[in-house]
Design a protein around this ligand. Structure first.
Ligand code: ADP
Ligand code: 2DT
Length: 215
């Protein structure tokens, strides 16, 4: 094919506070895309199945302690180790629907004392840039009604409130296609809205190269 479009898949990221419905919506989006004949796959970060992912998982389950900078870099490394696979899929035309990405990385670490947004962003600079970042916005009180916090690290309401503030800072970046969604709506309403944004992003991405995050 000469001078043909890229026809690559889109990189779609879902972000939001704990229990906003990210996992529920990622699964529904992948299923809907597949049913409409578009190749799509789900990914999640952290990916706990790799060697680095297992270290992260033990940390989140409080089975191990890691120094704060160290664990931040591990979360980033866990994304970088999957970049070759992500690029391969995208170039094959597969749309990737990703549950959390570098935005969670920055929001969670920078909610700890002594961590600037800039320092937290730097290891993730140059990752494949999402074509769409859906932020599932949910008030902390509404999130609480969806059930108790689990026993994992970071699962407490004061920390989550600071995390939300950091997400809000990241959303001011106009170089990214942020779409804020009201996550208090029903699962079906949210899905329709997310599907519409995704269809637009997929069409746009087809004729564009993969971008570089925060570069
Ligand atoms: P996250 O991945 O953001 O933590 P989940 O998709 O795991 O969120 O959903 C958290 C909980 O909230 C689950 O019990 C899920 O069934 C419920 N839930 C998800 N979406 C909604 C919604 N739109 N309205 C009410 N409850 C929801
Ligand atoms: P879940 O598996 O329930 O989504 O929880 N986190 C995530 C970070 O601190 N840094 C990161 O880079 C990422 C991707 C968010 C995972 C927990 O890990 C946090 C909640």
């Amino acid at each position: 094919r000469v001078a043909m479009s890229y026809r690559r898949g889109a990189l779609i990221v879902l972000e939001g506070v704990d229990r906003a419905g990210k996992t529920t919506q990622c699964k529904k989006l992948v299923q809907a895309l597949q049913e409409s004949g578009r190749p799509a796959e789900m990914m999640r970060f952290p990916d706990r199945t790799t060697k680095m992912g297992k270290l992260i998982s033990a940390y989140l389950e409080k089975k191990s302690n890691l120094e704060d900078h160290t664990v931040h870099l591990l979360f980033s490394a866990n994304r970088w180790e999957l970049v070759p696979l992500m690029r391969q899929k995208l170039e094959q035309g597969v749309t990737l629907v990703v549950d959390r990405y570098a935005f969670s990385g920055v929001a969670f670490t920078s909610a700890k004392p002594g961590f600037s947004l800039e320092w937290c962003m730097s290891p993730d600079v140059g990752l494949p840039k999402p074509d769409l970042v859906l932020f599932l916005q949910l008030h902390p009180a509404a999130a609480e009604q969806r059930g108790e916090f689990g026993a994992e690290r970071y699962e407490n309401s004061d920390f989550q409130k600071t995390v939300l503030q950091r997400f809000e800072q990241l959303m001011k970046d106009p170089s990214l296609n942020w779409q804020v969604i009201d996550a208090a709506k029903s699962i079906e309403d949210l899905h329709k809205q997310i599907k519409t944004h995704s269809d637009t992003a997929i069409t746009t991405a087809e004729s564009q190269p993969i971008g570089e995050l925060w570069k």
